[in-house]
Each structure stands twice: as C-alpha cells, then as structure tokens.
Design a protein around this ligand. Structure first.
Ligand code: HEM
Length: 491
C-alpha cells in the first residue's frame, strides 16, 4: 500500500517543517516567559535539555530536589519539549485547586498529552458524557453490580491462577491485567464478551495504540496532525475490530430495550479502564506479616455480612492497606501513563505518578506569592513529595499498612481509600477528582479479599520488593517480577 512516508522528498519536507516549527515555537516559547520561576538543574537551553534527558529516568530525585529547595513556592522541571511548573507551597497548592477550568484546564492538558481529538476521537474530546455515566449509572449501581464483579473475580482467579498445593510462579502484572480487564468488562459489556481473549487483548492494545499515536502526533506541528493521524495510528482498524465484538451486544440491548422499555433495569454502562493491583500484591508478597491481619478481617466480615459491597466497606484494614500503598509509592493514573508503559512493557497498565493533576494554563495567571504562569504552561502538583512530607504525615517514609485503619472512627472515615484531599492525590482532587475511583476501589478490595482468603503468596526472591521502573513522571511496579502463589494452607 502506498504511504507518503515512503517517499524521500515528502519525508525530508516533513522533517524540515518540524525543525522550522520547533525553532519558531522555541523562540516564542514560555522558556523565556518562565524565567522568574526557579528551575531544577539549569535554566539555560542546552543544559536544561541535558537535565530533561536525566529526568526521563530520574524524575523522582529531581522533583524531590526541587520540592526540598522551593518548598514554599513553585519550581520548574525540564521535559524534552517543554517545561513543567510544579506548585509546591501549601498556600499555592490551595490556590491551584481553587482555580477554575477557564484558568487551569484539565481538558487542555489531557488533550495535548493524549491528542484525544485525533486518537480517541472528537466525540470523547468534545463531550464529557462518559463522566456522567461513571458518576451516575456506574457508581450508584455498585451494590447491584457487586455479584457480577465478585463472580468474575473468582472465576478469573481460578482460571488464570489455578489454586494448587505447590507453589506456582506467576509473572504478576500481565496476569492481573487480564483479571482486571475481564472484571471491568463484565460490568461494561457483560458475558460472554468480557471473557473473549481477543476482545480483552484488543482493550489492552487499543490503549497502547492511543498512547503511541499520541506520542508521535505531539512531535508534529498542529496543522499536520489531522492528516498525519491516518498514517501514524491504526486506531480505525482497532475500532473496526471492536465493533465486530460490540455490534451484536449493542443490537441485543436495543432489542431488550424495545421489548421491555424502562422495565428493563439492567442497562449496562459503557466505558473502559485498567486499574492497578500489582504494587499492593508485591508488598503483600514481600511482607508475609501483613497476611494474617488482612485474612482475619476479611474472614470475620464475610462471615457476618457475606459477599456484598457493604461488606467491603467494613474491611478497614484492606482499605487502609491500599490507601497506604497509594500514598507511599503513588498509584495514580495520569495523562502520560500509557505512553510510558508503551515503552517499558507493551502489556503493562499498572502505573503511578510522581506528579498529579496536570493542568494547562488557559490564560496568563499569577499566584499570591507573585509566581507568574504564562498561558499554555503545563502546571502540576508534586504528589510524591506531598505524600512523603512530614507536615502531612507522621513518619512519612515508613510504610505502615494500618496507618489509616488505626485512626479513631470519625478520622478513619475521612481517610478512606476514595477520600481525596490536598495531601492525598492518587485520584487527583477537586472538580476533576477521578469519578471512577469508587468502582476501582470496590474492584481492588474485592480482588484483595478473594486473594487473601484463597491463596498464600510470596515473592520469587523472598522478602524482596521489586524495584519499580520510572520514566519521566511515571512509575510502574516492576512488570517482570514473579510472585509465587499456592492454595491457602492455614485455615
Ligand atoms: C486505581 C484506579 C484509578 C486511579 C488511580 C485513577 C486516577 C485518576 C486521576 C489521578 C485522575 C485525574 C484527576 C485530576 O487530574 O485531578 C483521574 C481522572 C479520571 N478517571 Fe480515574 N483512576 C482510576 C480508575 C478509574 C476508573 C475505573 C475509571 C472509569 C470507570 C476512571 C475514570 C476517570 C475519568 C473519566 C477521569 C477524568 C475526570 C474529569 O475529566 O473530570 N478512573 N483518574
């Protein structure tokens, strides 16, 4: 098939255009306008590029250095094509959350990062209907959906990690992705499609393709992107594959709706997501001492309440364990996660961020300490540093799984896994705080409850926590680490 990219004059022309474009952009860029904000590393163009390269693999150290030095204000970190301003001072952080979308825009930051207009498509770019669906149909129906979630988790675990008397070695991340993918799709699309391996692979691949396409499109001048998307992404063919799976399901649903009208109360929710479980599993497998308290709690609650959503709410230790994992090592999703994962592991979707809540300035802004943010600048909060700041947490560098469940009752409610605050940012905070977090927490806690009741786990290298991998502002739990599972021995 003919592709203009195969033609040398076309290719050289494109390269020249890109060079001119970035030269022009650089001359007019906010690099100059950001001069008043202190830079981590160096603010000079060439040296900042060197630090930008360093930031690709060492962002945690660079961010912490900036946070320690400019703890009461803001600083900037060089990325390959631009600067990111990090708001650090507590007062400025308050002001950050108070700013409206016409000042600091969530959508503009996300659109630039994922190139949603050209990758996912104009419907999602212009219309937030999916957020309403998550907030209403999905979250409000969690109790009713719970039996399906529970059933899929239990079936998926027994098929993908069959309980055996001997230790079985599992590469954790890809296996957990399958379990999460099946469980989420049991809710979004239902049986039997949620178990279709081709459909699950498509879900995973689609996300990777969006990230890869967006990564290439971002390098091109805006004007070329509508054309270039046809050559650098294969999303239309992925969508066609998805339609093959979804069309019969959707037709059947229309048929049921016509037949039963509003009386048909099982209208499902459409969306898709991948969530993380791996980091918590590694921690549990590396620390056998956490197993007994978790098991005791889950057993007692299930005995009194059975498997219900309400029962999950009573699992305070399980909740605290996840919340502490998120606090301690990050766990949030964000705009550049998929791209990062794409480079590190095609099949990894469990991601965490050292910064949170990226926004893009829609106009020139000024914070109360005089920090000026020019229009177009990307601004974030250093969630990692906040989560490890002794002003917000006692002994912040110690992982304490029962940190939140040991609190007094009324305090504990304020510190449930899904509760966001200025000091707890894995799900973001404020008006764009993740609307899927109730669903995600439900699914993760149910998976953990199932796991501790049915399996013993340990790391392949006993007691060792696998090193996470970092790329730019993202962290992922090690995608290759192996966890040993066996059927639970002690009852
Ligand atoms: C452990 C799992 C998850 C984590 C850690 C997570 C984290 C996040 C974060 C950090 C944000 C950005 C918040 C901000 O910038 O202030 C976000 C937004 C969002 N999340 Fe999640 N999320 C998870 C699961 C889900 C699930 C399961 C869904 C859907 C069912 C979902 C749907 C969304 C949507 C639609 C937004 C955009 C909200 C908006 O535009 O206002 N997330 N999430």
């Amino acid at each position: 098939m003919f592709s203009p990219w195969d033609s040398s004059p076309f290719l050289y022309g494109m390269i020249a255009l890109i060079v001119v474009h970035y030269g022009y952009k650089w001359l007019n860029s906010s690099r100059y306008k950001l001069q008043d904000i202190p830079a981590v590393g160096s603010s000079s163009y060439l040296l900042s590029f060197y630090y930008a390269l360093q930031n690709q693999s060492d962002s945690r150290r660079m961010l912490q250095a900036g946070y320690d030095k400019y703890r009461d204000s803001a600083f900037r970190i060089p990325l390959l094509l631009r600067w990111e301003v990090i708001i650090a001072g507590p007062k400025l952080v308050e002001e950050f959350w108070e700013m409206g979308d016409d000042e600091l825009s969530f959508k503009d930051a996300l659109s630039e990062q994922l190139q949603t207009l050209h990758t996912i498509g104009p419907d999602v770019h212009h219309n937030d209907y999916h957020i309403q669906i998550i907030r209403s149909q999905l979250t409000r129906n969690l109790s009713a959906l719970f039996p399906d979630i529970r059933d899929e988790i239990s079936t998926a675990f027994s098929e993908l990690i069959p309980p055996s008397q001997d230790w079985t070695t599992i590469v954790a991340l890809p296996t957990l992705i399958q379990i999460v993918c099946r469980t989420s799709n049991r809710i979004f699309i239902g049986l039997p499609t949620c178990r279709d391996s081709d459909y699950c692979a498509l879900n995973i691949q689609y996300t990777t393709d969006v990230a890869r396409g967006a990564g290439i499109l971002r390098l091109l001048p805006e004007v070329l992107r509508p054309l270039a998307k046809h050559f650098v992404t294969n999303l239309p063919s992925r969508l066609a594959q998805a339609v093959k799976h979804l069309e019969p399901v959707i037709k059947e649903r229309y048929r049921l709706l016509e037949k039963y009208g509003d009386k048909w109360n099982e209208k499902p929710c459409h969306s898709h997501q991948f969530i993380g479980f791996t980091a918590a599993l590694y921690r549990l497998a590396a620390h056998s001492e956490y197993m007994a308290p978790l098991r005791a709690e889950v057993e007692a609650v299930i005995k009194s309440d059975g498997w219900t959503k309400a029962a999950l709410q009573k699992m305070r230790k399980v909740d605290s364990f996840f919340r502490e994992c998120q606090r301690y090592q990050g766990f949030g999703a964000g705009n550049n996660s998929l791209e990062h994962l794409n480079r590190l592991s095609r099949k990894s979707f469990d991601r965490a961020f050292v910064v949170s809540s990226r926004r893009r300035a829609r106009k020139d802004l000024q914070f109360s300490d005089g920090t000026r943010i020019p229009k177009g600048t990307f601004v974030s909060i250093s969630s990692m540093s906040i989560h490890r700041d002794s002003e917000y947490y006692d002994n912040p560098d110690i992982f304490n799984p029962w940190r939140f469940s040991d609190l007094r009752e009324e305090e504990m409610l304020k510190h449930q896994m899904v509760a966001t605050s200025n000091a707890y940012l894995p799900f973001g905070h404020g008006r764009h705080a993740c609307p899927g977090r109730f669903f995600a927490a439900n699914e993760l806690k149910c998976m953990m409850a199932h796991l501790v009741l049915n399996y013993d786990v340990k790391m392949e290298q006993e007691g060792a926590m696998p090193e996470p991998m970092t790329f730019e502002f993202s962290i992922i739990p090690n995608p290759k680490a192996k966890v040993l599972f066996r059927k639970r021995r002690e009852f």
